[in-house]
Structures are given as structure tokens and as C-alpha cells.
Design a protein around this ligand. Structure first.
Ligand SMILES: Nc1ncnc2c1ncn2[C@@H]1O[C@H](COP(=O)(O)OP(=O)(O)O)[C@@H](O)[C@H]1O
Ligand SMILES: [Mg+2]
Length: 252
């Protein structure tokens, strides 16, 4: 079965430092792939290349069979490719719900100037988007904090808001960059449930995570990256049992 997202022979280097070397990756509808590897392996870089934050040198990325190579980040989001960020990149001084509504505009929503313009437009924002945001927050157990400022939430809930924002774009494919880092308690269980439900709804999911228990329980397949290359594929349990991979993971 062809994947929702197909990464083929993708390569990128910065001034001679190889961050992606001939990467092939298929993400299928309803399936969760765990991307693991030590810090600096190139996991975030791969998400940056797929989502259009960074241009790749060679190779191709296909979403539902169409090449994304010429599309900018926000065009990829509109096409159904969503991602979260290792550090949430939310607007802490805005209410949770506004952080979601901003995501429905045609820009990544990361620059202050965009927020200022965006906020003005938010007031007139159509109720469809607002209903959608309320629905997503409800499913994620965040309905009661919709009007709270992001900065007033515990970090774990902020990470959930980051995922909620990524779901505003009708994702076909969702890339999660360390969703569990700093997440504990109730937010931990909520994140597990949400990611599973997103996949069950047919989205192709890829999770970068150092919390091995989390991805071992969640993922259908594991991919091990090191030094910009994919070193091994298999179940997460298999990968973490492999002594050579363990040495690469913890030896660096
Ligand atoms: N814009 C950039 N310019 C130069 N080097 C970069 C850039 N982005 C990432 N790198 C390098 O790419 C390598 C992989 O980083 P990263 O993708 O963040 O790894 P991971 O997410 O697996 O920890 C690192 O050596 C990092 O310094
Ligand atoms: Mg990273």
C-alpha cells in the first residue's frame, strides 16, 4: 500500500555536515511510526525537510502521491501535512483558543507581525473554525482551559495545546517532535490517548521521542536514525534490544 507520505532518497547537508542521507520513509494511514536516535541524529531536521521549513538538496517528498518539493510550509499544512515543534512555539500571552484559531490562517503563525494581524482578523473569524477548535479542545480534555492564557498552563498541557493546534489543519499526516518531553501525570495519559485516536481516525503519524516506553506502547514500527541516516527499522522493542543501536544511542 502506498503511504500517505512518501519520503524518497532525501538528502541534505549544511556546509558539509550531512543532516539527512538518502532517507526513505513511508507513513501509512492509521499507522504510527516512532523515530528514535540520539540527540543530533537528524530527527528534527528530517521533520524540517518534510514540512518545508528547510529545503532539501535532493530526493522527493510525496503527500498522497503529489510532490511537495515546491510548496511552502503553510501550503503543505493546507494540503494536510501538520507538525508540532520540539519547543511548543505557542503564543504564551494569548488564550489557548486563539492559538488554535491562528493556525487556520495561511501562515505558520510564528512571527509576531503575523500574530498581530492575525489577532485582528480573529475577532471576525468564522464560527466554523471556533466550533472546530472547541471540539478539538474538548476531545483532548482541554475544554475548561480554552480561555486561559497558554502561559498559565502547566507545561504538559501546553504540549497538548501544540498537538491541538496541529489538528486544526485537517491533517492527513502528523509529525510529532518530542511530544512527551516535560509531560507527566494526567497530560501523559491524555497525550497517549490523543495520538492513538488521531491514528485510528486514519491519519499517518510519525513520532520523534526519547520516552521509549511511550513509543514502544504506541508505535507499529520503529526507525532508528544516527548521523543523518536510517540505521535500522523494526519494532521499537527490537530496536532497543539491539546492542549496537544501544551503543549508538547512549554512547553519544
Ligand atoms: N540550520 C542548520 N544549520 C547547520 N546545522 C544544522 C542546522 N539544523 C540542524 N543542524 C545540525 O544537524 C544535526 C542534526 O540536528 P537535529 O535534526 O536537531 O537532531 P535531533 O533532532 O535528532 O536531535 C546537528 O548536528 C545540528 O547541529
Ligand atoms: Mg530534535
Amino acid at each position: 500500500m502506498a503511504g500517505v507520505l512518501e519520503v524518497r532518497d532525501l538528502s541534505k547537508s549544511f556546509d558539509g555536515i550531512v543532516v539527512a542521507s538518502h532517507i526513505d520513509l513511508t507513513l501509512k494511514s492509521g499507522s504510527i511510526v516512532g523515530l528514535i536516535g540520539p540527540n543530533g541524529a537528524g530527527k528534527t531536521s528530517l521533520f524540517n525537510l518534510i514540512s518545508g521549513v528547510v529545503k532539501f538538496d535532493s530526493g522527493t517528498v510525496l503527500l498522497d502521491g503529489s510532490p511537495l518539493d515546491r510548496l511552502k510550509f503553510h501550503q503543505r499544512v493546507r494540503g494536510g501535512l501538520s507538525r508540532t515543534w520540539q519547543h511548543t512555539r505557542l503564543f504564551p500571552s494569548l488564550p489557548v483558543i486563539d492559538n488554535l484559531l491562528i493556525a487556520t490562517h495561511d501562515y505558520p503563525g510564528e512571527r509576531l507581525v503575523n500574530v498581530l494581524f492575525g489577532r485582528r482578523r480573529l475577532k471576525a473569524h468564522d464560527s466554523v473554525a471556533r466550533d472546530k477548535a472547541v471540539g478539538i479542545l474538548g476531545k483532548m480534555g482541554l475544554a475548561n482551559v480554552a480561555d486561559d492564557l497558554v502561559s498559565d498552563l502547566p507545561y504538559g498541557q501546553q504540549k497538548l495545546v501544540g498537538v491541538a493546534r496541529a489538528l486544526m489543519g485537517d491533517a492527513k499526516c502528523l509529525l510529532l517532535d518530542e511530544p512527551m518531553a516535560g509531560v507527566e501525570g494526567q497530560a501523559y495519559a491524555a497525550m497517549q490517548r490523543v495520538v492513538r485516536e488521531v491514528a485510528e481516525s486514519g491519519v499517518a503519524v510519525c513520532v520523534v521521542e526519547h520516552n521509549i516506553a511511550f513509543i514502544r506502547d504506541l508505535c507499529d514500527e520503529g526507525v532508528f536514525m544516527f548521523s543523518g541516516a536510517i540505521m535500522a527499522r523494526g519494532s521499537v522493542a527490537e530496536l532497543i534490544r539491539d546492542p549496537q543501536l544501544t551503543e549508538l544511542y547512549f554512547g553519544h
